[in-house]
Design a protein around this ligand. Structure first.
Ligand code: SF4
Length: 114
């Protein structure tokens, strides 16, 4: 049995996930908590915020994030990819700055105009 706090909404329900019984989740206030609890123990993922170098912008770095949550095991390698690129202003919020991170089909996108 693993205990964790649901981070899907501010309520922060205390979940218990029973790995020995099909990852049964209890303590969740809604269905999203059940999905989160199961996923957190089988294939945990996160949206990854970071920054990337930008040429000609107001600041030297542009804030970015992954377009969808990616596997936690890939986060370190995904961040390293950002060190290999430099984007050029102007960039619009939502623009793709790095496509198909590590073959996942997930992109890094800009989170502001610059
Ligand atoms: S289980 Fe539902 S109500 Fe509870 S914190 Fe997660 S999303 Fe919010």
């Amino acid at each position: 049995m693993t205990e964790l706090i649901c981070i899907v909404c501010p309520k922060g329900c205390h979940l218990k996930v029973d790995e020995e019984n099909g990852y049964t989740v209890t303590g969740n206030g809604c269905k999203r908590g059940e999905t989160y609890g199961k996923k957190e123990l089988t294939n945990p993922t996160r949206v990854v915020p970071s920054t990337v170098k930008i040429k000609g912008g107001l600041h030297r770095r542009l804030p970015v994030k992954t377009s969808e949550p990616i596997a936690k095991a890939l986060i370190f390698d995904a961040m390293k990819l950002l060190n290999t690129i430099e984007v050029t202003s102007p960039v619009k919020r939502g623009d793709v700055v790095y496509k198909n991170i590590l073959g996942t089909g997930i992109d890094f996108i800009a989170t502001r105009d610059m």
